[in-house]
Design a protein. Structure first.
Lengths: 111, 110
């Protein structure tokens, strides 16, 4: 079993839709849970991260972590064509802050 | 502007050659990382360094080498021992759990 599992999609939605992206993980030592957005042929950019369980909101984006289920989610409200990208979940455990990534979900928001 | 600069953006290598990818950061971060990304794959860790003059192997270090002589620089050499080097290479630096990435180098073997 891989440490981090992420459905690669692709996911295609109409503009204005609510998007739900998810990852599951197996390593109980993970403490920080990140979401990165990567446009084609670019480096990933950090959208937001959460420490331990709970929710975090930033504008149209909400991250949720359920450590009891080992399940994390990213919700995008009022999705825009500019949100079209690959979304990568990543997790950190331990003092060396090494990131373990999911494979990424390719999202397309259609005008 | 603070950030991470990778160069070159595109690199072509002949079989049997070693090539070096550059990564420079001016964020004053202690930790730096090299990842490899293949189509449909997530990022896989090649090497990382938490302090100058020290580095550790990641999950796929075979065929790669690094150095960390200065805090701001972490070059990656892809050696001829790397059997399948064609990929997108990403450098990152971090402060705590927040990692910031460069724009990547696309390496192609010709």
């Amino acid at each position: 079993q891989k440490e981090v599992e992420q459905d690669p999609g692709p996911l295609s939605v109409p503009e204005g839709a609510i998007v739900s992206l998810n990852c599951t993980y197996s390593n109980s030592a993970f403490q920080y849970f990140m979401w990165y957005r990567q446009y084609s042929r670019k480096g990933p950019e950090l959208l937001m991260y959460t420490y331990s369980s709970g929710n975090k909101e930033d504008g149209r984006f909400t991250a949720q972590v359920d450590k009891s289920s080992k399940y994390i989610s990213l919700f995008i409200r009022d999705s825009q064509p500019s949100d079209s990208a690959t979304y990568l979940c990543a997790m950190v455990g331990g003092s060396n802050y090494k990131l373990t990534f999911g494979k990424g979900t390719l999202l397309t928001v259609n005008p | 502007d603070g950030g991470i600069t990778q160069s070159p953006k595109y690199l072509f290598r002949k079989e049997g050659q070693n090539v070096t990818l550059s990564c420079e950061q001016n964020l004053n971060h202690d930790a730096m990382y090299w990842y490899r990304q293949d189509p449909g794959q997530g990022l896989r860790l090649i090497y990382y360094s938490q302090i100058v003059n020290d580095f550790q192997k990641g999950d796929i270090a075979e065929g790669y080498s690094v150095s960390r002589e200065k805090k701001e620089s972490f070059p990656l050499t892809v050696t001829s021992a790397q059997k399948n080097p064609t990929a997108f290479y990403l450098c990152a630096s971090s402060i705590g759990p927040e990692a910031f990435f460069g724009q990547g180098t696309r390496l192609t073997v010709v």
